[in-house]
Design a protein around this ligand. Structure first.
Ligand code: NA7
Length: 541
């Protein structure tokens, strides 16, 4: 290692929602902090996913930081569900207000992180061949940040343009008069497809698995409503703390059985009119654990689909049959189903005839059909939860490579740390609620925990912390047992299960017990003198 190695107390990888809040909060403990960000600007997933139609599937009032009363009062959301551009504006506003940029290095990737047993520090390698060392390494690398492009023969042959929704160019792309193929119908596909359909000469949607979609019924927020929100933020946040998904919705907590049979449809209808996946999900508290309730909900959606889409053949193709509602992420939609009534839109079932190859001029499917295209858009998702960590060569104590340790599936304690990797924190790591809660609440809770750890260590002259192996083992058993009690395991394939990525361990990655239960477990751990964690002081020589 060269002599000009920069030394900091804390290195944070990533400048999205997690990295920015971690920087703000941990700067209260040390001024020697650096954030390393691969993008040219801050925002993380919200920086990269700038495709047309990109929008949050959680309401903006919820999907925002709660740690600063000033930010809550000074920022005003304009739409019920914020667009990607508004979220990025918000993050820039926060960064400006808190003077965060001065600690961030942009356009730089962390490529390795190795724990040095002697110095008790992480040696972090960057893609510009420089090294840093840090006492603590905080991975704010995101759960949905490593994009996935399926390997298809011929991908270099295509003469037209190829894009992925998660690495979209920061410029306007015109689809006017173009023949466009979109591969993938998850949340990103569901958002971009109606946008492209507005302009394209012809749009082919290559669908392997149909999504369950709920209309968002997005609206502009009135100034009266915003004033009400600003006066009531404490109550809104409090309500969110008690909600399974950490959203400030009424928490009726009723199962389908609690409703009279005649009222069940009207409850779903009411939620359908309200719009948004979370509100719809909250109709019955047993949607994800009771097959009968789940079937009732998916039948309701199938009926809606029939009422909206004209062609029965397309209705059939768009009806999800291979997994229960919600066990793959249900999607917020704006004009998605109606898009398939347009003359310039064709739905291609690639479950029946998979894409065989990319050619110079388009796509070839297994039934021998060719689709002539000017543009191909991959909306094929992410190597979720572990993908971004996998891109960094992480080596802990005893030369343990994280990748090897997690080969059969990630092992963490609380989704926050993993044994043999002292002083490495993972914000919203596998085994924490992360994507099964409102992400900003999950981030804030983890960052506050990390603050508690480092503060406690500073006060007590402690050098390192890592989970005890038995605590880690017990946590994995607990998270698996909770997942087994849900319908999530019935999905034939989903990124919650890692099964969208070839060779990735199939296990349930997030914690499915809900944010209130998880928060209580973490609070108990801290109150119990960080039960399950091993602290050590450096040996003085
Ligand atoms: P998703 O939800 O993982 O969706 C990816 C889509 O791409 C999905 O329809 C996949 O079909 C499809 N896909 C993936 N690989 C292939 C191949 N090889 N061939 C054909 N089709 C393929 O990613 P999104 O970006 O839409 O959303 C991810 C989350 O980001 C979202 O839930 C929000 O929380 C934000 P499959 O279902 O695997 O058959």
């Amino acid at each position: 290692m060269n002599m000009n190695v920069k030394q900091v107390d804390i290195i944070i990888v990533g400048a999205g929602f997690a990295g920015l809040y971690a920087l703000y909060k941990l700067r209260l403990l040390s001024q020697h902090i650096l954030v390393i960000e691969s993008g040219a600007n801050l925002g993380g997933s919200w920086y990269w996913n700038c495709y047309p139609g990109a929008r949050c599937d959680i309401e903006s009032i919820d999907y925002s930081y709660s740690f600063s009363k000033e930010i809550e009062q000074e920022w005003s959301w304009t739409e019920r569900f914020a667009s990607q551009t508004e979220i990025l504006d918000y993050l820039n506003f926060v960064a400006e207000k808190l003077d965060l940029r001065k600690n961030i290095i942009f356009n730089t990737k962390v490529v390795s992180a190795a724990y040095n047993e002697e110095t008790k520090r992480w040696e972090v390698g960057l893609d510009n061949d420089q090294f840093l060392t840090a006492g603590f390494c905080v991975m704010a690398t995101g759960c949905l940040s490593s994009s996935h492009i399926p390997e298809l023969p011929g991908s270099t042959l295509f003469k037209g343009d190829i894009y992925h929704t998660a690495t979209w160019p920061h410029e306007t792309i015109s689809f006017a008069e173009k023949r466009v193929g979109v591969i993938g119908t998850g949340s990103s596909g569901v958002q971009i497809i109606p946008e492209i359909a507005q302009d394209a000469a012809q749009l082919y949607v290559f669908q392997r698995t149909p999504a369950y979609t709920i209309p968002v019924n997005n609206e502009t927020l009135s100034s009266d409503y915003i004033s009400w929100v600003k006066k009531n933020y404490p109550e809104i946040r409090q309500k969110a703390k008690q909600h399974f998904f950490a959203c400030g919705l009424d928490n009726d907590d009723l199962s389908m059985e609690d409703f009279l049979p005649a009222d069940r449809i009207s409850e779903l209808e009411r939620r359908w009119q309200t719009g948004g996946v979370v509100a719809f999900f909250s109709a019955f508290n047993d949607i994800l654990i009771n097959n009968e309730t789940n079937k009732f909900v998916s039948d309701f959606l199938a009926q809606k689909l029939k009422e909206i889409v004209h062609d029965p053949d397309i209705v059939e193709k768009l009806t999800p049959r291979s997994y229960p509602f919600g066990t793959k992420r249900a999607c917020n939609a704006i004009d998605y189903w109606t898009t398939f009534n347009k003359k310039n839109v064709s739905l291609v079932d690639i479950r029946k005839a998979p894409i065989k190859a990319i050619t110079e001029t388009g796509l070839l499917t297994a039934d021998g059909k060719t689709y002539e295209l000017d543009t191909i858009v991959f909306a094929t998702g992410f190597d979720a939860f572990t993908g971004a960590l996998r891109q960094i060569k992480i080596k802990g104590r005893n030369n343990t490579l994280l990748e090897n340790k997690w080969k059969a599936g990630p092992r963490t304690y609380l989704g926050l740390m993993t044994s043999e990797m002292p002083n490495m924190f993972i914000i919203t790591g596998p085994g924490s609620p992360s994507v099964l809660s409102m992400m900003i609440a999950a981030i804030e809770q983890h960052v506050d925990l990390i603050y508690d750890f480092i503060h406690y260590m500073q006060l007590n002259g402690i050098t390192t912390v890592e989970p005890k192996e038995d605590a880690e083992k017990a946590w994995m058993e607990h998270t698996n047992a909770i997942a087994e009690g849900t319908l999530f395991m019935q999905a034939e394939s989903s990124w919650y299960l890692g099964s969208n990525i070839a060779g990735k361990a199939r296990t349930f990655y997030p914690y499915a017990g809900g944010m209130p239960a998880y928060r209580k477990i973490c609070d108990d751990v801290v109150r119990d003198n960080f039960n399950g964690f091993l602290f050590s002081k450096a040996i003085q020589v």
